[in-house]
Ligand binder design. Sequence first.
Ligand code: SAM
Length: 326
Amino acid sequence: TLSRGGDVSVQGTNDDAQISKLSCAKLGYFKDEFIKYFVRRSSRRSPLINRGYFARVLALRGLLEQFFDVVSRLDASEGRQHVAQVLSLGAGFDTTFFNIEAEDRSRARWFEVDFKEVTQRKAAIIAANAPLHEQLGPNAKEKIHPGEGKVQTEALSVLPADLRDVDGVESALLASGFDPQLPTYVLAECVLVYMEAEESTALVRWLGKFLSTAACIVYEQIKPGDAFGRQMLTNLECRGCPLRGLQATPDLAAHQLRFLKNGWQRADAKDMSTIYRAYLDPTEKHRAERLEIFDEFEEWHMIQDHYCLVLAVNDASGVLHDFKFK
Ligand code: SAM
């Protein structure tokens, strides 16, 4: 896959995200022993950014754990080694796989997709660091191919593909053992918004058709129209990263509708202010809120209003009946 113009700066957003996650991990917002391997130049972020990433990571981790809880009930009856899959779209250097594996092995087979330039770097970093490749089972190093940008083990597949080419994504997944029949948790964390609206909608539609039992979680910006939203857009555009999709999914209703109109049975969307206030663990919030001096409350609420979580479900078998924001 050859990248088009502008893709390089989109790939750069990955480094930015991981620097922020490392900043949080160092300050104790959440535990992540693996993120340090993926950051070349670390930098301490502002309390405002740290708290935002804390909310993002905690909320996403909660949904993933809930999904594992739901599908683990299938464990005994099915008798398979893996009862579920995770598909991370535009995964970048996200470390959730390593953190999950370190805690509790083989709850799901894990598939990550990103541009080849990104997966090449990810594969090289995994190959170079024992704490990472040791989690991939015996002889893992033979199954890591930095040149091709591929990792191909039983537990984890890292695959190079352009999400704007759904046929390419589908064949890469099938070739690496992805099973569209298994319950699948699909994550698009700050990814779809960088694509043109038609391209991300095509991806949503293909996923809806391809996966009969799946939850799809999207985390990204909303509300480009108000003063703060315009400022947010300008900041990103100055760094060469237009949020191309934002005009088509400017609010919660548009996010919900995109799934409902494109082959998904149900969809819900909440802004991060609501998620933070009503859905995050109060003990964790209390702990995190004492880590740094914080007085930018007005800006904090504004920022959280401009990010959302979308939860969509396709559920042929009824397994995911109870999967929702909790
Ligand atoms: N999901 C990770 C996280 O939240 O830590 C990384 C997010 S980063 C902001 C966006 C990622 O999406 C980058 O790694 C970028 O390369 C990837 N991406 C954007 N458009 C893509 C496309 N068309 N095909 C493959 N990957 C894409």
